[in-house]
Design a protein around this ligand. Structure first.
Ligand code: GDP
Ligand code: MG
Length: 687
């Protein structure tokens, strides 16, 4: 072992030094104080020590042993820690408690457990038991510091301490055989034998210690379900010796450096922090875990490690979920207002996916280190909650898209209908296709996979909306078309009616009605031809045709009323009379001579004219087939006076009383013409 006398520090085992050559001062933290309170500052210190984000990449080691056996001295040398050292001259009593300090050489937390030797001081062993439980629940390596001369003395206090350790260990794995058999993390007990004289070899010392361990294990009163439990199911044992620090200071230093390698160099076979010893508590959960363990220990409750790990996982997963949810909500807030105000947010699906990705990645990074079952369950809860947060945005987006697309549909439809020629049905189907496509593009983009979201309902609403817009547009278009046809009807009807009625004759009504028949027939045909392009329903056609028939009939009826008004009838009669009385058969104005039969001519002209008057009384064609079947007016028509549609009244144009008035007025006018003619004859004679 000559090589061991020369210290050969490698960089990783060399303490960081400050400029003045001193070890960098690292604050120690009292995690359990003398009043047995757990520190409120562990997370703060883990952050300060730059360990909080190390996940599983950190280790925990604790030291046990009698008071004043040089434990703190060893730790400070081994790990570069700053634990208090007792003054050798005044063997004062150290306060009970557990201190923690990070190793200067690797990511390890070192716990210095004080006051674990109650039996030596004749105190109760309460704290010994508590601190043993606590250390076992969190440490990978338990250093048992022991004098060489204590070895083999079973009655020695140190080994009593180990008995306590073994006992409490059994309680950590639940009250059932299954719980005890669950895969668990072993703990390494590393005996550091102090003041090694060199007379007895390490191997022989180790053998003695192993025998003692076996004896202690044998002597334990084990719960029945663990009666056959083996020591090595729970513990590995390892050994090291150190010479007397005061008598062999150089060798002591060299051996400490060598021992340190076992805590630092992962490639060594005797590397102490083997992964199987790790208690699998992520660094960011260590505070909560230790606090919980200590609370259980204080309450004297069963400290079941698997349960503790699950509880920790629940707590930490909830905490992590709350953290990422908060950030998530900040992101999603940016689109909440635009969506609430009716805007369609472009690429919403991509945004939402990004937020989800960020949230879950961040959650997974930390939470996946915890109990897998709890983690998976909490992750599912988180996903469900995040989806639920996004759901109103999704529904809002769909609603807004529906609105925007419907508006676009109106614009497109209107523009297409302004074209000089179009097939309405084709235009509607094209615009509908475009609108659905636009909607589906947004709907599909914003539907998050695995969310269970659906847009079918909103799509159905869109379809309804498009259909009602198209229906209204078609109704408008057909109405426009009917109006146009009505104008044509009037144009084609008015002149022939005027001409026919201005030259009253017994066949006058046949002319009027055959024109009416032709005009209405061609109007109907023209409607049906155009309506085809609108894809109108039978019912719509029926309504439109009835409206057209009503309006055509009213057009004729009004024209007939106009043409049979008093002045028009009188003027027509006057023209006829004058034609007969004042012009000869050649159309030449007559000049009455005394020998002419003025009176006879007057009577003939007047009576013949009067025979025409009854023709105006009623629409009465010679061919009765020509009498039109009157339409039944729609209630929506402006002029739906029933008299205009009742065959009893509708064809009556001049009632008998008015007929006799007109006759009287005509006669007076004819008389006046006669008198004037007579006067002109007399005057021509007198010349
Ligand atoms: P702790 O109470 O176990 O933490 O012991 P300390 O580290 O405070 O040391 C108690 C006393 O033992 C101090 O006076 C040290 O100088 C002394 N001491 C430290 N290391 C050794 C050693 O290797 N051998 C001996 N005999 N004494 C030591
Ligand atoms: Mg100490």
């Amino acid at each position: 072992r000559a090589d061991m006398t020369v210290p050969a520090p490698v960089p990783s085992v060399t303490a960081p030094v400050t400029q003045d050559g001193q070890l960098a001062k690292i604050d120690q933290l009292q995690i359990i104080d003398e009043a047995q309170h757990f520190t409120p500052n562990l997370n703060k210190y883990l952050t300060k020590w730059d360990l909080i984000n190390s996940g599983f990449d950190y280790n925990v080691v604790a030291v046990f042993g009698s008071q004043s056996t040089g434990k703190s001295t060893l730790l400070n040398r081994l790990f570069g820690t700053t634990f208090d050292i007792m003054d050798s001259k005044r063997r004062q009593q150290t306060t009970k408690g557990i201190w923690m300090c990070p190793s200067a050489y690797s990511a390890a937390l070192v716990m210095d457990v004080e006051g674990t030797d109650g039996r030596e001081r004749g105190e109760d062993q309460d704290f010994e038991r508590k601190s043993a439980l606590f250390s076992l629940a969190s440490s990978e390596v338990l250093i048992v510091n022991i004098w060489e001369h204590q070895i083999g003395l079973y009655q020695g206090a140190n080994l009593g301490l180990l008995k306590t350790v073994f006992e409490v260990n059994l309680s950590l794995f639940g009250g059932s055989a299954e719980a005890a058999a669950r895969p668990k993390e072993k703990t390494l007990i590393l005996f550091v034998i102090r003041d090694h004289s060199g007379y007895t070899t390490l191997t022989s010392l180790a053998d003695t210690l192993k025998e003692s361990m076996a004896e202690i294990w044998q002597s334990l009163s084990k719960p029945t379900h663990l009666a056959n439990a083996k020591l090595d199911t729970y513990f590995d044992l390892s050994f090291a010796v150190l010479p007397h620090k005061i008598h062999q200071p150089e060798k002591f230093e060299a051996d400490v450096v060598e021992l340190r390698r076992r805590f630092v160099d992962k490639t060594r076979p005797d590397y102490v922090f083997q992964p199987s010893y790790h208690k699998r508590i992520p660094a960011d959960g260590l505070n909560h875990y230790m606090e919980g363990v200590w609370a259980q220990v204080l309450a004297n409750k069963d400290l079941d490690l698997p349960t503790q790990q699950e509880l920790l996982a629940q707590f930490r997963c909830d905490e992590l979920a709350a953290g990422v949810t908060e950030l998530f909500n900040v992101s999603s807030k940016t689109v909440r207002r635009p969506i609430e105000s009716g805007k369609v947010v472009a690429g919403l699906g991509k945004l939402m996916s990004e937020w989800l990705h960020v949230a879950l990645t961040s959650f997974d990074a930390a939470a996946s280190r915890y109990h897998p079952g709890v983690y998976q369950r909490k992750r599912q809860d988180l996903v469900t909650n995040l989806h639920a947060t996004l759901s109103p945005l999704y529904l809002g987006e769909l609603k807004n898209t529906n609105k925007a697309v419907s508006a676009m549909f109106v614009t497109d439809l209107t523009a297409a209908l302004k074209e000089p020629s179009y097939d309405f049905a084709e235009v509607v189907s094209r615009c509908t296709r475009d609108a659905r496509k636009s909607f589906l593009a947004v709907a599909k983009e914003s539907t998050i996979e695995g969310s269970g979201w659906e847009y079918e309902q909103e799509l159905a609403l869109l379809d309804d909306s498009l259909k009602s817009i198209a229906d209204k547009s078609r109704a408008d278009e057909t109405k426009k078309m009917v109006n146009g046809i009505e104008r044509t009807v009037k144009r084609q009807l008015y002149e022939p009616v005027e001409i026919a009625l201005s030259k009253p004759s017994p066949t006058m009504w046949d002319k009027v009605l055959s024109t009416y028949r032709d005009v209405t027939r061609s109007a109907e045909q023209s409607y049906l031809k155009k309506a085809k392009a609108y894809d109108c329903t039978e019912e719509e056609n029926e309504v439109a045709l009835r409206s057209l028939a009503t309006r055509s009939w009213l057009a004729l009826h009004h024209k007939l009323e106009e043409q049979t008004a008093d002045p028009v009838v009188l003027s027509t009669l006057r023209d006829n009379f004058e034609q007969r009385f004042r012009y000869d058969e050649h159309g030449v104005p007559r000049v009455w001579r005394p020998e002419d039969d003025l009176e006879g001519a007057f009577k003939t002209a007047r009576d013949e004219t009067l025979t025409l008057l009854p023709l105006f009384a009623k629409v009465k064609p010679k061919d009765e087939e020509l009498l039109p079947k009157l339409p039944v007016p729609d209630a929506t028509e402006t002029d739906s006076d029933p008299e205009n549609f009742d065959p009893e009244t509708a064809f009556v144009l001049v009632k008998p009383s008015r007929l006799s008035q007109l006759e009287a007025r005509f006669k007076r006018e004819a008389d006046a013409a006669y008198v004037e003619a007579k006067r002109s004859m007399v005057s021509s004679v007198s010349q």
